[in-house]
Design a protein around this ligand. Structure first.
Ligand code: MF3
Ligand code: CO
Length: 256
């Protein structure tokens, strides 16, 4: 069942989303050569708690895992796609493509967002991947409105990615969000009959998160059992917003 949020709930998610966007904006400024991912996580925790929210990911157990996620922030660099652990020895270098992914719980409701940052001078293909991934999300968001199916969203993403000779990750998906960090439906970022069956309704709140690879779409899970990376070691792009479906379109909740 896909939950429908009340106007009051969406109002709270709008406040939470704005807090989240503000935190990402502040964190972005600290993404510089020499800084450790752990430092970014520490900052993220301070910012989340001082805003009156709670970190959604800390101790979260996706798919009933035994161990919860050990941080507030996911820091995934270059070929790392999602759930990169913010370790002390994970140092940011000039030329890196850094993805910061964070969720906050504010007044019992969750929002989720990811931004990408190119550190200093980045390669021209990293630049292109970053741009195309952001465009994919923007084009997908444009399709979202009450009455359409999620396949319209998925097709827009896939078409734009493949037109640029990139590929769409198959095995990781976006999701409903709000009363918990992961809710139904699973949101594929490529055209699929399963997406055709999901008709959007006003009040649904979704975490849209295309994951676009420079090379092939295959992924592998790292030895830490958290970090997903590209199987071929090429770059990944990931951008995410939480949106609320409206009659005429959607409202991006995780913007400033
Ligand atoms: N934004 C991440 C996602 O939607 C949530 C990560 S939860 C974690 O997959 F616990 F795995 F970090
Ligand atoms: Co998410």
């Amino acid at each position: 069942m896909i939950s429908i949020k009340s106007t009051e709930e969406i109002k709270i998610m709008r406040e939470g989303g704005r807090i989240l966007a503000g935190i990402l904006e502040k964190l972005q400024k600290h993404v510089r050569p020499g800084v450790s991912a752990k430092k970014l996580d520490e900052l993220a925790r301070e910012l989340v708690f001082s805003s009156g929210a709670k970190p959604s990911f800390l101790d979260y157990k996706p798919n009933g895992r035994g161990h919860g996620y050990p941080a507030a922030l996911c820091v995934s660099i270059n070929d790392e796609i999602v759930h990169g652990l913010p370790l002390e020895n994970k140092i940011i270098f000039e030329g890196d493509l850094v993805k910061l992914d964070i969720g906050v719980e504010y007044k019992k409701l969750h929002t989720d967002a990811t931004i990408m940052i190119g550190v200093g001078k980045i390669s021209s293909f990293a630049k292109k991947l970053m741009k195309v991934t952001e465009e994919c999300l923007a084009l997908g968001i444009k399709k979202i409105r009450s009455g359409v199916t999620l396949n319209d969203y998925a097709k827009a993403i896939q078409t734009h990615a493949e037109k640029n000779e990139f590929s769409v990750v198959r095995d990781l998906v976006g999701h409903g969000v709000g009363r918990s960090i992961h809710e139904p439906p699973q949101i594929l970022n490529y055209a699929d009959p399963r997406m055709e069956k999901i008709i959007l309704k006003e009040g649904m709140t979704l975490a849209l998160e295309p994951m676009i690879n420079e090379g092939s779409w295959e992924i592998v899970l790292g030895d830490d059992s958290w970090t997903y990376r590209t199987a071929d070691g090429k770059l990944n792009g990931h951008w995410e917003h939480t949106v609320a479906v409206t009659r005429e379109g959607c409202e991006v909740l995780t913007k400033l």
